[in-house]
Write a new protein. Structure first.
Length: 186
């Protein structure tokens, strides 16, 4: 059965999925993130990684993406007169790329030590401000894809080897991933 043939009344968390697709820049960023990270090749391991749309947090978020026990990406909702903040966890090989450092500096960001005790060695957080076009531009910078894949895929391979799941898997938005995949494959 095609995703387009599913009775929409059966879609779990439908308002959140619909909200994602009403914001074209948000949807395009998630498409870019899934394609650039290679996460679309790990669909059979949903649960080891999880996507949560509009989770309840102190500042509010568009999404949180977890691999295992910690976040690897999120985007905050913009506050009054303040832009969104984006975080992407990467392998520290990203520190070799001056263009990425310059980009982060131009967007009130930088590289930060990961606050997650469950993070693997060699991890670093890239944090910056901007809209989703800025976030997509970050993904397209030379070196980002390599550092993203190095960290995310190694983490996923370790989880797969241990048959482990994310502690956040119960919050995973399977329907959002299905709609994203449908959108990517168009």
């Amino acid at each position: 059965m095609s995703l387009n043939q599913i009775d929409e009344t059966l879609i779990i968390k439908k308002p959140k999925v619909d909200r994602m697709f009403q914001d074209n820049n948000f949807r395009e960023f998630l498409n870019d993130l899934f394609e650039w990270s290679g996460l679309i090749h790990w669909l059979d391991y949903q649960g080891a990684w999880s996507l949560v749309l509009f989770p309840s947090t102190g500042r509010g978020r568009y999404f949180t993406l977890n691999i295992g026990r910690h976040e690897v990406a999120y985007s905050t909702l913009p506050k009054k007169d303040e832009p969104s903040v984006h975080m992407i966890l990467l392998d520290d090989l990203i520190l070799e790329y001056d263009d990425v450092k310059n980009f982060l500096g131009c967007h009130q960001g930088g590289f930060y030590e990961t606050p997650y005790t469950s993070a693997m060695e060699r991890s670093v957080c890239a944090i910056f401000e901007g809209d989703f076009k800025v976030a997509s531009e970050f993904l397209s910078l030379y070196g980002v894809r390599r550092a993203l894949i190095a960290y995310w895929h190694e983490a996923l391979f370790r989880l797969k080897a241990n048959n482990a799941m994310s502690v956040y898997s119960r919050f995973h938005d399977y329907n959002a991933v299905a709609k994203l995949l449908n959108d990517i494959n168009r």
